[in-house]
Design a binder for this molecule. Structure first.
Ligand code: HH2
Length: 255
């Protein structure tokens, strides 16, 4: 899953694809590099980010969605039900929700379409979620939440075959929490839905390597391989071409 942030303030590429034409060109490049899907976002949810209005989110993503004409599916990264409905009407095939369809109307918006959905765990709000997050047992809490959201989605009429879950690395989690979840990723397998992970360029990699965000490719690739070993089947990444090579090596090794 290649990331296209149509935002001025995303942590790794803020502003680079804010212009619709630049975003379309970037999505096409990620597809050409081997992405199986692209994830289009109009609101940064990085730690410390401020929310944007629904109208602004739609103003950012709809022109991009309308001009993509890709052969691969497009996911839209949003937590708002109106944005979900309009994005699906404009051709999105998947909703990637960092709030796991908790917003009013979100379950209904996804249930009413045939789209796929990614349910992600997050603790707290982006503005403050990295202020001393605390868990008694991070794996149990994240997994318990995802299980409850999978059940809620199914109860709303979203079939299990449309659902993917994501532990939400970096969303209200310290480096130690992120590492424990990565180490124990296999324990998510009994949720019986595919697992997506996003480690690409994140601040935990900065902490581990001492590198700024534009020098975290090697760390991101190491995390991608560990996630594959833990059973992840969707890697949400900024660097598709390089991650494809990791997948090729992993697939050959595990044959
Ligand atoms: N991470 C980010 C955004 N959306 N969605 C899923 N499912 N999993 C993730 O780990 C995830 C996500 C944050 O990364 P990015 O989009 O690059 O930054 P920003 O939120 O600043 O736009």
């Amino acid at each position: 899953m290649g990331v296209v942030n149509v935002t001025p303030d995303s942590f790794s590429d803020g502003g680079r694809y804010f212009d619709a034409q630049a975003a379309v060109a970037h999505a096409r490049q990620l597809a050409a590099e081997g992405a199986d899907l692209v994830d289009l976002g109009g609101e940064s949810t990085r730690p410390g980010s401020a929310p944007v209005s629904e109208d602004e989110e739609l103003r950012r993503i709809l022109p991009v969605l309308g001009n993509l004409s890709l052969k691969i599916p497009v996911s839209v990264d949003t937590r708002r039900s109106r944005v979900m409905r309009e994005a699906l009407a404009a051709g999105a095939s998947m909703i990637n929700d960092v709030e796991a369809l908790c917003a009013a109307g979100a379950l209904g918006a996804v249930a009413a379409s045939g789209c796929a959905v990614c349910l992600m765990h997050k603790k707290g709000e982006p503005a403050t979620m990295q202020h001393e997050p605390h868990y008694a047992d991070v794996l149990a809490e994240v997994k318990g939440f995802l299980k409850e959201r999978v059940n809620a989605a199914q109860a709303a009429g979203i079939a299990a075959g449309r659902i993917v879950v994501d532990p939400g690395f970096g969303f209200g989690k310290t480096a130690a929490h992120n590492l424990e979840l990565l180490r124990r990723l296999k324990e998510f397998s009994d949720l019986n839905v595919p697992l997506a992970v996003g480690w690409s360029r994140k601040s935990t990699l900065g902490k581990l390597t001492g590198r700024p965000v534009d020098e975290r490719l090697a760390g991101s690739l190491a995390a991608a391989l560990l996630a594959l070993q833990g059973g992840a089947t969707i890697l949400r990444v900024h660097d598709v071409k390089e991650t494809r090579d990791v997948i090729a090596v992993w697939q050959a090794y595990s044959q």
